[in-house]
Write a protein that binds this ligand. Structure first.
Ligand code: KG4
Ligand code: ZN
Length: 358
């Protein structure tokens, strides 16, 4: 039996220092041998958000032992690793550089190939970490820095169907949490507060709801939350605002996903209709159940990564590395950090004033 590839993945694009060893079974399903994540919540808590310089310093402090721990916990030896896959973008350049330099140096020392991975491709393929994933599929990527609908034709072939024209959904969850007095990172707390509130209490805007195809916009929603948060008098008002926000987000995603379904079908005419939802916000249980129901109504198979692989992790990076290893897609050691690396490099930039939507 041929030895299956063993890949070390490294992730330092934002505020998680992570390393993981991944291989695969005879059916080609990845096996995660170790998955070490060190979050920097304590470092950034007092600032209410990620401070790039502090994040980079923390990556520098931890990267050696996180990688060492990932190797130890996998039960493998460093000599058995076949390639090193590292996130090269998108993300904060000072943070990306830490993992990238470490990964390149280690690849050179152990004389194994180096593979640069797009962080978003890690999220895009993350459901593959525990199940089979066939192409083509429609992808909704909702994270702290990105909100996009993409048609994924095959490995590495992405066409963007829609994107946020301003803020990302995860960022909007975090901002809403901050305005409600929830400590950073507050996004995940919103759905907990929302359970105790009235979702119809506050009338919130749905920017570009009736135009712009499946593009998204959350800046106007953030501003409305800011205004209302100043009028909050009781704990119940807080629960009601969280519930109203959670509810409007579901309404927006419901409508925009239906449009994305149409665009995806026109483009691919797929035999099996598959919808993948990935990124940190995919951990939101109510968004999950709304999208699962929408899939049932529209004959789609819904696919989510396991909850522990929704947020940033290195297993998804090692897994993309594994796919690239099998295709011999290696990179030179001068591969740069790419803070704005997008999955569809042909897509037009759709942010800021002057953007025209129909
Ligand atoms: O994918 P991720 O870990 O990092 C990025 O690549 O951005 O996503 C982090 C984002 C944060 O904004 C966080 O608030 C959000 O995902 N998030 C959630 C939930 N869990 C994480 N948002 C809503 N509901 C959740 N349960
Ligand atoms: Zn991410």
């Amino acid at each position: 039996m041929r030895k299956k590839p063993l890949i070390l993945g490294i992730e330092t694009s934002c505020d998680e220092t992570a390393a993981s060893l991944v291989t695969e079974n005879e059916q080609g399903i990845p096996i995660v041998l170790s998955n070490i994540i060190s979050s920097q919540i304590d470092v950034h808590k007092e600032f209410g958000g990620v401070v790039p310089e502090l994040a980079a310093r923390s990556h520098i402090d931890k990267i050696d032992w996180i990688v060492q721990k990932a190797i130890n916990e996998s039960g493998k030896k460093i000599e058995e690793i076949d390639a090193i896959a590292t996130t090269a973008g998108p993300g904060l350049i000072v943070c990306l550089s830490v993992g990238l330099n470490f990964g390149k140096a280690l690849a050179k020392i152990i004389n194994k190939p180096f593979i640069a991975v797009n962080h978003l491709e890690g999220h895009a393929l993350s459901p593959k970490l525990d199940s089979r994933l066939d192409y083509p599929y429609l992808l909704l990527l909702i994270s702290g820095g990105h909100s996009q609908y993409l048609s994924v034709k095959s490995f590495g072939k992405y066409k963007r169907l829609g994107t946020t024209i301003d803020d990302a959904l995860g960022e909007t969850f975090d901002k809403t949490a901050k305005l409600l007095g929830v400590e950073f990172p507050g996004g995940p707390q919103i759905e907990i507060l929302a359970k105790r509130g009235n979702p119809k209490k506050y009338d919130l805007p749905k920017p570009i709801f009736n135009k712009g195809g499946c593009n998204l916009s959350f800046a106007g929603l953030k501003t409305a939350i800011l205004k209302i948060s100043k009028t909050i008098k009781s704990e119940q008002d807080k629960f009601d605002l969280a519930a109203s926000f959670q509810n409007i987000v579901e309404e927006i995603l419901n409508k925009k996903t239906k449009i994305a379904f149409d665009e995806f079908e026109k483009l691919n005419n797929p035999k099996n209709k598959i919808f993948v939802i990935a990124g940190g916000v995919a951990a939101n249980i109510k968004i999950r159940s709304m999208l699962i129901q929408l899939c049932e109504e529209n004959n789609y198979q819904s696919k989510f990564p396991p909850i522990e692989f929704c947020g940033d992790n290195a297993a998804m990076i090692a897994m993309v590395g594994l796919e690239k290893f099998k295709l011999k897609q290696f990179n030179n050691l001068d591969f740069p950090a790419k803070p704005r690396w997008s999955l569809d490099e042909d897509a037009v930039f759709l942010k800021g004033a002057g953007v025209k939507l129909q």
